[in-house]
Design a protein around this ligand. Structure first.
Ligand code: TLP
Length: 384
């Protein structure tokens, strides 16, 4: 029989909750785990992800003052306002508020497919790699993975991979794209490539889902409106809890009919929330106040890339840093990614070992230009 203790939430989860509500005052770097999750963040420069941002005082004020209602009844005015705002930003008929980007992607996959269907996706994409096998578990689909160039696929590659109508094969039903592409180093999907893929999909009666967790970054970096990108997807998921700095929240957008289906599955997946306007208010605040400043994050990422290039053995091409993600390779230095992450932690900087020889840095709202210079100095010490 498991003891009661075994049912306690992992400490990292407790810390995440405490951080969110501002009660974690620990600032001892020794207590940090070297892994992606957990640890206390005060006094440290945290470049592990743009998910680590804390709500600003003004955002907390907006949350505290939010008008709320029961959103399962569709009666939360703040959630309704957020859904309408995001549907407009994406040029879609409707949008639905959900707790996470993972749930948003998985609801879209579930709503587009039937068990046994095939979903074409890039090998290093988020829904395939980082969503706990949910595509198979929750929708019964199989992925067909194609290798892209920094996460970006060509329509011709997809064209060759669509299964013929033969009962030996799974039915290809959906294509998933990711813009910006996380593992591709924050790479931006060129609009014309998205358009080509979408036209191909329509000619073959397939759906397209866009994982737009960081679509805002693509739009701010290129000046291309989010609607223009979203036009080339039947459904789009977006996150408020990444660079925009809200503590929680994502949305799925699409046609009214599609979102009605998503709504049904949201209930089934346990994602129906009640007086959640308190969180939606943070999302509205983030969209109104934190969008334009994403440019700063992009400048900071570029500065990091240019600085890192100077270190012997570091493989990085600053021109590949298009938004707020910096991925570099340490295979030709004397350190592994984990060793470098440990050394940086001692210098007060948290970075993410993204594989044996790869490091990912993500710039965000809580990292200043001054912090970036400190980080480069810390790298200098760590590589010594
Ligand atoms: N990505 C996280 C980790 O899961 C890797 C991060 O730190 O980058 N789509 C994309 C492109 C994402 O990067 C993420 C989160 C998600 C979906 C899922 O969002 P959440 O974490 O809200 O479920």
């Amino acid at each position: 029989m498991p003891t009661l203790r075994q049912f306690e939430p992992p400490q990292s989860l407790t810390r995440i909750v405490l951080n969110c509500i501002g009660l974690n005052s620990c600032n001892d770097p020794q207590t940090l785990s070297g892994s992606f999750h957990g640890g206390c963040m005060k006094g440290l420069i945290d470049l592990r992800s743009d998910t680590v941002t804390k709500p600003t005082p003004a955002m907390r004020k907006a949350m505290a003052e939010a008008e709320v209602g029961d959103d399962v009844f569709g009666e939360d005015p703040t959630v309704n306002a957020l859904q309408e705002k995001v549907a407009n930003l994406l040029g879609k008929e409707a949008a639905l508020f959900v707790p996470s980007g993972t749930m948003a992607n998985q609801l879209a996959i579930k709503s587009h497919t039937q068990p046994g269907d095939e979903v074409i996706i890039e090998t290093s994409s988020h829904p395939y790699n980082f969503e706990g096998g949910a595509g198979a578990a929750l929708s019964g689909i199989q992925f067909q993975c194609l290798k892209g160039s920094r996460g970006i696929l060509d329509a011709s590659q997809i064209d060759e991979s669509i299964r013929p109508a033969d009962h030996h094969f799974a039915i290809t039903r959906l294509i998933c794209l990711e813009n910006t592409h996380n593992r591709g180093g924050g790479s931006i999907y060129p609009l014309e490539k998205m358009a080509e893929i979408y036209r191909l999909a329509k000619s073959r009666e397939l759906f397209v889902h866009l994982d737009g967790a960081r679509l805002w970054n693509a739009s701010v970096a290129t000046g291309i409106q989010t609607q223009e990108y979203a036009h080339w997807g039947d459904s789009v998921s977006v996150c408020l809890s990444k660079g925009l700095g809200a503590p929680i929240g994502s949305l799925v957008a699409g046609s009214k009919e599609f979102i009605d289906r998503v709504h049904r599955f949201r209930k089934m997946f346990g994602g129906g929330m009640r007086q959640v306007g308190i969180i939606a208010a943070a999302g509205i605040y983030a969209l109104d106040h934190h969008m334009e400043r994403l440019k700063e994050d992009h400048q900071h990422a570029k500065r990091l890339a240019v600085g890192l290039k100077e270190f012997k053995g570091v493989s990085i091409d600053p021109k590949h840093v298009e938004t707020n993600i910096v991925i570099f390779d340490v295979a030709n230095t004397k350190m592994t990614a984990t060793q470098l992450a440990d050394a940086m932690r001692k210098e007060g900087v948290l970075i993410h070992a993204f594989g044996k020889m790869q490091i990912r840095l993500v710039t965000h709202l809580d990292v200043t230009a001054e912090d970036i210079e400190k980080v480069l100095k810390a790298f200098k010490k760590a590589f010594r």
